[in-house]
Design a protein around this ligand. Sequence first.
Ligand SMILES: Cc1cc2nc3c(=O)[nH]c(=O)nc-3n(C[C@H](O)[C@H](O)[C@H](O)COP(=O)(O)OP(=O)(O)OC[C@H]3O[C@@H](n4cnc5c(N)ncnc54)[C@H](O)[C@@H]3O)c2cc1C
Length: 292
Amino acid sequence: MSIEEGVRLARFTTLGTGGPARAFARPESEAEVEELLRWARQRSLGVAVVGLGSNLLAADVGVHALVLKLGGELTSVEVDGDVLHVGGGAANAVALHRARAAGLGAFEFACAIPGTVGGGVWMNAGAYGGDFAGVLERALVATADGSGWLTPAELGLSYRHSELRHGQVVLRAELRLRHRPSEEIKAEVRELNTRRKEAQPTNRRTFGSVFKNPEHELSAGRMLEACGLKGHRIGGAQISPKHANFIENAAGALTADAIALMAEARRRAHEQYGVRLEHEVEFLGELELPAL
Ligand SMILES: Cc1cc2nc3c(=O)[nH]c(=O)nc-3n(C[C@H](O)[C@H](O)[C@H](O)COP(=O)(O)OP(=O)(O)OC[C@H]3O[C@@H](n4cnc5c(N)ncnc54)[C@H](O)[C@@H]3O)c2cc1C
């Protein structure tokens, strides 16, 4: 397994932005991940994983860490009774396909979440009333000191949040699903995808919801729309004209453009509604939003 230098993270994020990783590797087994975690520790280097990069903003100047992209057996999906055994690097779409073929439901919510199972556990990703916390039995998490299984409570899963930190790698997960006819699963997925396409810019380069929904009668999207931000552009990034809680790469965007748009959106939401919007997208590298 080789460790590369200078790999640009823009290749691995759905927004298509991000500079080079200090080191980059594609482990294909638990043993390889553990070896890489030890390699990084010997060099006092942080470790981060990229899934499908669908919830990720990586710094334009690059990321001073060992960045891992899981492959090989860490993307496997197997069915055992009503439990789906999935690698942390498996795409949700593949896991859902296997579950449907086996007549296992309760993972339909993930049809519109273009990420991996590891990224889903990290964020407790969810949609349409379902989330990972609702199906996750346990996850195998590796650190430089070894690997162990953690339950949702031990992972601290709550709304779009877990207690996982960089340096912890989700190697595998076990999802407990429910028997359901494949045709019903197919019909629900079709309906959810139609609803999604109507409401969100699914055919643009984005990273999903920019901000978490605040405790307010308005969702983050409605609030930013009311602030007049739909279509607002900075550099190559623009707030989606279709849904104001999405940022699109309109043309040659940089992460800095997206950050500037986020700062402006937070400022306006605070000014108009007194609300401090909290970002849902994960930051990789030296990135932060200016204080309000
Ligand atoms: C069009 C669109 C629609 C979306 N809709 C939704 C939605 O409805 N609901 C929702 O919740 N999200 C949504 N998202 C956001 C995103 O798809 C999810 O958050 C997804 O779970 C991210 O998974 P990923 O594998 O791409 O993670 P990445 O974006 O690659 O990474 C996200 C975080 O997880 C960490 N991570 C990833 N894999 C691992 C691993 N194996 N071990 C440890 N850490 C890991 C990364 O280091 C990073 O901190 C959407 C995104 C897009 C582009």
